[in-house]
Unconditional design. Structure first.
Length: 145
């Protein structure tokens, strides 16, 4: 993964992150977040994966259900944010829609994915932090303003 700050004014940065074939997305984003000290960013992207693991939050069970994707897919939509967990680690939260060869789609939270051939992300990083705290009802770390 290669990244470059393409805009930086008054603490508001735009970062382009380009992943190459074989790169794992979430670990790459964690590395980028630490290196660039990203604390409150919005993410959008397009590209394709050789495989992915998505998840769906089951409200009744208060747990995630895995959705494995074991074939080549197009990233039809990727949107999310990067904030800060209570332990000060990067809190990466991405929702994604993946298009299959037959035109069908699968969607969910991005847990893990390997890029093939590329993934192009644009991050807009704000000088304000997005802090996550545990929500007692859901058990999830949600953004607290």
């Amino acid at each position: 993964m290669h990244s470059k700050i393409i805009h930086n004014t008054s603490g508001l940065r735009t970062i382009a992150a380009i992943f190459e074939a074989g790169d794992e997305v979430m670990s790459g984003l964690r590395e980028l977040s630490r290196r660039e000290k990203i604390r409150g960013a919005q993410i959008t992207g397009i590209g394709a994966f050789s495989d992915a693991l998505l998840a769906y939050f089951d409200w009744d069970e208060k747990d995630y259900r895995e959705i494995p994707v074991d074939d080549q897919v197009e990233v039809a939509s990727l949107t999310g944010d990067i904030g800060v967990n209570p332990d000060n680690s990067p809190a990466i939260h991405i929702h994604i829609v993946l298009g299959r060869r037959d035109g069908s789609a699968v969607a969910g939270h991005l847990v893990k994915a390997h890029v093939r051939p590329t993934l192009e992300l644009i991050l807009t990083d704000s000088p304000e932090h997005l802090c996550r705290r545990k929500d007692p009802e859901s058990g999830l770390n949600l953004i607290q303003l």
